[in-house]
Design a protein around this ligand. Structure first.
Ligand code: AMP
Length: 369
C-alpha cells in the first residue's frame, strides 16, 4: 500500500519507519530539499498548495495523511477530491483555529479556559475586562511551541502585547495556574473502533515540550480524558491519531488544544507501548485492526532541542533509546528525542537523573532530583 504524507518532518519520518514492517511505501511532500523524512522516504519537493505536486501525490497514494495541522485548507480539500484523506480535512480546519477548537470543546462539554476573540486594540481592552488578568494573548492560527503568545499580567502589558501580535486575528485566554499538564492520545479506525493510550504527563519550558512521562497514574483523570477524547473522535468522524493537551487544575481537566496527528507527547509509545502511536495512526487510516495501547512498564521521553547529546553517554543509561531525526543543529529546533523505559518508577527516576543533564536540564527542575 502507498501512503502519501503532506509534510516531511520528524513525524513523517517516524510514520515511515513504523510503516515499513507493515509492507507500506511512503512519499512525502515538503518544500524543503533537506526535509528529514526525505532520508527514509521519497521526497516530492513542492509547496503545499502546488496543484501539480498534490496531484502527483494523490495519484500515487492509496491514502494521504499529514505530519502537521497547518496544511492550507484548499490543499486538503483538493487532495480529498482525488484520494482518501485522513484525518478528515474538517478536523484539520477546526484545529487550525484556536477559537473554532475551543468553541467545539465547549459544545461537547469539554472545559476550557475563559476566552474571547480579539481583532483590535479596543476589543483587546474589552476582552481583558471579561477574561480578567492574568491572561494569555495568542494568535488564532499558526502558533506552535509557544510561538505567537504573550502573557498579560498587568494592564500596562496590554499595549505592548498588542503591538507584538496585533494585525492578525487573536484570542485572549485566561491564564490557568495549573498543577500539571497532561495529554491524551487516542486513535479511531475507519470502522469506528477506538483505542486510548495511558495518560501522559508533560513538562514544558519556554512553551516547548521537554519531558513526557507515562503512564501518569491518576485513574480518574484518565477516565475523564478518554471520555473527552471519545466525544471529539465521534463528533469529528475522526480517523487516525488525535492528541489533546490539558491543564490539570483542582484535580480536573481543562482542555488547551488538540492536534489532529501523531504528537510529540506520544513518542514514548515507540518503546513504551505495545503498539506505537505511529503504527496505530497507520493502522487507523488504512482500516486495519488497531493494536494494543497498553504501556510496557514506565517510560519517559526527553526532547533534544538545538543539538543532540553525546550518543555514548545516552546509551550508557540502561533502558535509554535514542531517536535522531537527521536534522542539522539549530537553536530551538527539535533534532531528536530520547526514550527511557524501565520496569519500576525508581529505575526510571535514576535514569532520568543521568539523562536530564545531557539535554541541558537539572533533574531538580523536573521533580526527579
Ligand atoms: P500552546 O501553544 O497553547 O500549546 O501553549 C504552550 C504552553 O504554554 C502550554 O503547554 C502551557 O505550558 C503554556 N500555556 C499556554 N496557554 C496557557 C494558559 N492559558 N494558561 C497557562 N499556561 C498556558
Amino acid at each position: 500500500m502507498n501512503v502519501g504524507i503532506v509534510g516531511g518532518g520528524q513525524l513523517a519520518r517516524m510514520l515511515a519507519l513504523a510503516g515499513y514492517p507493515l509492507n507500506l511505501r511512503f512519499q512525502v511532500l515538503d518544500p524543503a530539499a533537506d526535509a528529514c523524512a526525505g532520508q527514509v522516504a521519497t521526497l516530492l519537493r513542492g509547496d503545499y498548495d502546488t496543484e501539480a505536486r498534490l496531484e502527483q501525490l494523490a495519484e500515487w497514494a492509496e491514502v494521504v495523511t499529514f505530519d502537521f495541522e497547518n496544511v492550507p485548507a484548499t490543499a486538503a480539500l483538493a487532495l480529498e477530491r482525488q484520494v482518501v484523506v485522513y484525518p478528515p480535512p474538517g478536523a484539520l480546519a477546526v484545529a487550525q483555529d484556536r477559537v473554532s477548537e475551543k468553541t467545539l470543546f465547549w459544545e461537547l462539554g469539554i472545559p476550557t479556559s475563559t476566552f474571547a476573540t480579539v481583532s483590535s486594540l479596543e476589543e483587546l481592552r474589552g476582552a481583558v475586562i471579561r477574561v480578567e488578568l492574568p491572561a494569555v494573548l495568542k494568535t488564532r492560527r499558526l502558533g506552535y511551541d509557544g510561538k505567537g503568545q504573550r502573557i498579560l499580567r498587568a494592564p500596562e502589558d496590554v499595549e505592548p502585547a498588542w503591538r507584538a501580535l496585533g494585525g492578525v486575528p487573536l484570542i485572549l485566554e485566561s491564564f490557568v495556574p495549573f498543577e500539571r499538564e497532561v495529554s491524551v492520545l487516542a486513535a479511531r479506525s475507519r470502522d469506528g473502533a477506538t483505542a486510548f493510550y495511558p495518560l501522559v504527563e508533560n513538562h514544558h519550558r519556554d512553551g516547548i515540550l521537554r519531558l513526557s512521562r507515562a503512564p501518569c497514574p491518576v485513574p480518574e483523570l484518565e477516565r475523564e480524558g478518554w471520555d473527552y477524547a471519545r466525544r471529539l473522535l465521534t463528533r469529528l468522524n475522526y480517523v487516525g491519531l488525535l492528541a489533546i493537551e490539558f491543564f490539570v487544575k483542582d484535580g480536573r481537566l481543562i482542555a488547551n488544544e488538540m492536534a489532529p496527528r501523531v504528537h510529540n507527547s506520544g513518542h514514548w509509545t515507540i518503546e513504551g507501548a505495545e503498539t506505537s502511536q505511529f503504527e496505530n495512526h497507520l493502522r487507523a487510516i488504512l482500516g486495519l485492526p488497531l493494536g494494543s495501547t497498553k504501556a510496557i512498564g514506565h517510560s519517559a521521553m526527553l526532547n533534544c532541542i538545538g543539538e543532540l547529546p553525546d550518543l555514548a553517554a545516552v546509551l550508557a543509561v540502561p533502558g535509554a533509546h535514542c531517536h535522531a531525526y537527521g536534522k542539522s543543529p539549530r537553536s530551538g529546533r527539535k533534532v531528536g528525542h530520547i526514550t527511557l523505559r524501565a520496569d519500576e518508577t525508581e529505575t526510571l527516576a535514576a535514569g532520568l537523573q543521568r539523562l536530564l543533564p545531557l539535554v541541558g536540564f537539572s533533574p531538580d527542575g523536573f521533580g526527579v532530583g
